[in-house]
Design a protein around this ligand. Sequence first.
Ligand SMILES: Cc1cc2nc3c(=O)[nH]c(=O)nc-3n(C[C@H](O)[C@H](O)[C@H](O)COP(=O)(O)O)c2cc1C
Length: 359
Amino acid sequence: MKVPALFQPLTIRGVTFRNRIWLSPLCEYSAKTDGVPTDWHMVHLGSFAIGRAGLVMAEATSINAVGRISPHDVGIWNDEQVGAWKRITDFIHSQGVVAGVQLAHAGRKGSTAPGWGADYEDSTPADKGGWQTVAPTARAFGSYNVPLELDLAGIDSVVADWAAAARRAIAAGFDVVEIHAAHGYLLHQFLSPLANERTDEYGGSLENRARLLRRVVVAVRDAIGDSVPLFVRFSATDWDERGITVEDVAVVAGWIHEDSADLVDTSTGGIAAGIPIPTGPGYQVEFADTIRRTAGIPTNAVGLITLPEQANEIVESGKADAVMLGRELMRDPHFALRASTALGYTLPYWPDQYLRAQP
Ligand SMILES: Cc1cc2nc3c(=O)[nH]c(=O)nc-3n(C[C@H](O)[C@H](O)[C@H](O)COP(=O)(O)O)c2cc1C
């Protein structure tokens, strides 16, 4: 039987993904206020391992306390968090599935209201657990609080926190590390002229704006060793002519590839409030394709990929090496099981406990 492109294994460095259907990172706002993942994360992430995603990527996980998006975000800056993550990666591994973590720092988009249930909007007040945010420039995102501009010592300490978090990610059992440089969070804030007004070596030219990301890639690689795949999620466009474009991102993708990153996870948007995004089925695939061809780095596509045939075509046509699914996998954590059937393929690693559900 011919194995559909979507179900062909992929090896990057020392890790083999059994298929190309990957879970996109999904913030759950389900930690208490200590950054420690909970039973929710175990069941949520575990369900995608049972459903045989090729990669289960944990949500934006903060490298330090002020890098969290909201007070209920998860983190990986202390040993208690590492222990809680290890339980989850152990379960994912028990299913033969690869576990990844998206390391993140929200910068000026930190200290915000969690996804639901807050009696305030935008920034979290100090008496409700909010904190002073940091950014390349002291300019707020929309109506959020104004961040503090990072000085050079502050930048150095952010790089050190990325490295420490990456070391902890390995201790927690993660097989893949992704650096979140998209969606208007700290590293994207440095990359984009819409958020970076610095005049030192971290602002101005594309080379300067990419300097922090490149330092982080080098520091993270040093922390995780040579056998661990390193992904970077970019916003391939700011959807605004004054912001970054896919041409800029393809150049930076080439640089970080030289710096030892292995794959670009290709998203878009998020840098400023009020910029409309023209969404539709597979609306970001073209960016994954452009970056893959121009920078010669493997990519994954993400964004409104919902159908088995659509996902298979993206990989088969060589527009991307894998697809990430967010909301469709939330609707159906067993999407990979269903997709294999839809593509006429008998999945050899269907979970034993679910064999009686195999068509
Ligand atoms: C509930 C929710 C939480 C998300 N959290 C993250 C996150 O932690 N990190 C990230 O890079 N993107 C996050 N995203 C974006 C998704 O990873 C994905 O890129 C986006 O939803 C588009 O893919 P989809 O159409 O398959 O959902 C989130 C999206 C949703 C709906």
